[in-house]
Ligand binder design. Structure first.
Ligand code: NAP
Length: 546
């Protein structure tokens, strides 16, 4: 990948991450004449799609909707081979975008940002990398995604293991041949559920260690048809506009009626219809599934029935059928043949909900008092989501305050975009914004546009610094929790709640009030002169709206 021969020591903006949002942000800022450098840990573009190369990795948002909307020629010309794209196709898309808009020349690959300190006197950020570079920037923008720090569980004996270990979130680039192997998969979230059917078909034997069963709906993925593609391309502008104000940032999501406003028979028909449609549409069967426990239970039970219909061994079916939390409150999984996989002779499910995996041994692991032997162990154990990657960089704001310390009891942001005491630091899809609670593509573009508009506004008004007011931030943190507490989400031990990482504060991190509602709030904030933000000129704080 290209590296600059003469790297500037000082730029307008440093962006961390060359994934979905980092690439778009670079394109926008550079186009507006802001000098911009991107640092990327990987050796190419793609972000989450660069790292998550495990067998079966696929986006469960439709490609026509999980793609850039900001260049009509791009969205008209690009051909997606399937309804839900596989990881290699998504990576090819980002590579094309990088070439098409000549983005690589401003990206330093294989470079990890290690620290970013705000210099009060200079009113700039000093950023250091693991390649020894030190660069000064007025704006420091973390475009590092929400699930980019893999969670490797701390199981005794891990270093004793002599076989191969893999983590789905950090998968090798070369094809791994599992033919004839005895494999363990630990974890049954989206990554586990996508990889298990593929691994089972290849391995001699596959043992799945399940701590909590996830609800999963079939994706019904199909090759892209010319009709479907044409329909989307003809209506892209209207559909993208609708997506921006939709609850989940996607097109045609929900049925705006409540669960008990229809008869039991009609309800079942609606669930059946949506189950056949496939994908997240199922959760949109009714408008109250995520707020009303009894309503939720009807959808949860329908899902359990499908599991019991598919899985032949009744005991295995019961272990796979989630019962301890409402459907949708841990992220819904979308699969191809996941439950069918348990009808294979070479697949075994081991329930470790009662007692954790005891230890890893030289040639396998011990769980439930049983000794298992494996050639390879696949950790599909998820991520230190939302905050993990932000905390990996030593980010310090005013008076040397560490972001990690300020957020020790949970993230504190205004709109998920900025945190008080950290001027000119923006977090794209940061905690407190809708981010993972909707189509990330829609939310990432909205944040990139918001941040770009801030920079334009500041340049036009001769302003140097932007920072949230503490009061606005406190109120927003309260709002995020209040909205979440009005739903069933806090009932599950999910990564949304930080519950998958020992010691992490337990609170709901994304804003669940809706992508469209959030966008309107942001628009009002801007219309009211960046309400809740302080914008400073060189010598004194001034009101932004003039
Ligand atoms: P995840 O949803 O957090 O699942 C991790 C799994 O590992 C869970 O089943 C968890 O059990 C289990 N686990 C963790 N530590 C364990 C331990 N010590 N012993 C036994 N089991 C353990 O992670 P993920 O599957 O990588 O998915 C994360 C997110 O990435 C998804 O929710 C989604 O947002 C995104 N994703 C999207 C796609 C897509 O678009 N198709 C694909 C993959 C991932 P518990 O549930 O008990 O904690």
């Amino acid at each position: 990948m290209s590296h600059r021969s003469v790297a500037p020591r000082s730029v307008d903006a440093v962006i961390v991450g060359a994934g979905f949002s980092g690439l778009y942000l670079l394109h926008r800022l550079r186009g507006l004449g802001f000098s911009t450098r991107v640092f990327e840990r990987g050796d190419d573009v793609g972000g989450t799609w660069y790292w998550n190369r495990y067998p079966g990795a696929r986006c469960d948002v439709e490609s026509m909707q999980y793609s850039y909307s900001w260049d009509d020629a791009l969205q008209q010309e690009w051909r997606w081979p399937e309804k839900f794209s596989a990881q290699p196709d998504i990576l090819a898309y980002f590579s094309h975008v990088a070439d098409r808009f000549d983005l690589r020349k401003d990206i330093d690959f294989n470079t990890t940002v290690t620290s970013a300190h705000f210099d009060e006197g200079a009113r700039r950020w000093t950023i250091e990398t693991d390649t020894g570079e030190k660069i000064s920037a007025q704006f420091y923008i973390m475009a590092t995604g929400c699930i980019s720090t893999a969670n490797m569980p701390d199981i005794d004996g891990l270093s004793d293991y002599q076989g191969n270990t893999y983590h789905t979130g950090n998968w090798p680039h070369e094809k791994i041949d599992f033919t004839g192997q005895r494999i363990a998969v630990i974890g049954t979230g989206s990554s586990g559920i996508q990889s298990i059917p593929i691994l089972a078909a290849e391995a001699a034997h596959l043992t799945v260690f399940q701590r909590t069963p996830h609800y999963s709906v079939p994706s019904r993925n199909v090759p892209m048809t010319p009709e479907y593609e044409r329909e989307w391309k003809e209506q892209y502008s209207e559909r993208r506009a609708a997506m921006r104000y939709a609850g989940g940032g996607s097109y045609k999501e929900s049925n705006d009626i409540s669960t008990f406003s229809v008869s039991e028979e009609e309800r079942r028909e609606i669930f059946e219809k949506r189950w056949i449609m496939g994908g997240f549409a199922f959760l949109g069967s009714f408008n109250d599934l995520l707020v009303d426990e009894a309503a939720n239970e009807t959808a949860a039970e329908f899902t359990r029935e499908q599991v019991r219909k598919i899985v032949k061994d009744p005991a295995t079916a019961e272990t796979l059928a989630p019962k301890t939390y409402p459907i949708g409150t841990k992220r819904l999984c979308v699969d191809t043949d996941y439950y069918h996989t348990y009808n294979r002779e070479n697949v075994e499910l081991v329930d470790v909900s009662g007692s954790p995996i005891e230890r890893i041994t030289a040639d396998g692991l011990v769980a439930n008092g049983r000794d298992f032997r494996f050639d390879s162990i696949v950790f599909a154990t998820g991520f230190d989501a939302m905050t993990g990657t932000l905390f990996k960089v030593d980010i310090r704001g005013r008076d040397g305050l560490a972001l990690k310390d300020k957020w020790h009891a949970g993230p504190r942001t205004y709109l998920g975009l900025m945190s008080e005491s950290f001027p000119n630091l923006f977090t794209i899809t940061g905690p407190g914004s809708p981010s993972v609670k909707g189509n990330m593509a829609t939310s990432m573009e909205q944040h990139v546009d918001f941040v770009t508009d801030c920079l334009i506004h500041m340049r036009e008004h001769g302003l140097e610094l932007m920072e949230p007011e503490l009061e606005a931030e406190d109120k927003w943190v309260e709002t995020v929790q209040r909205v979440a507490n009005g739903t069933l989400f806090p009932r599950a031990n999910s990564w949304y709640m930080g519950a998958n990482i020992p010691g992490k504060p337990r609170l709901f991190m994304p804003y669940i009030g809706g992508v469209g509602t959030y966008r309107k709030i942001c628009e009002e904030v801007v219309a009211e002169g960046y309400r809740g933000f302080r914008l400073h000129s060189e010598h004194a704080a001034v009101a932004a709206a003039e």
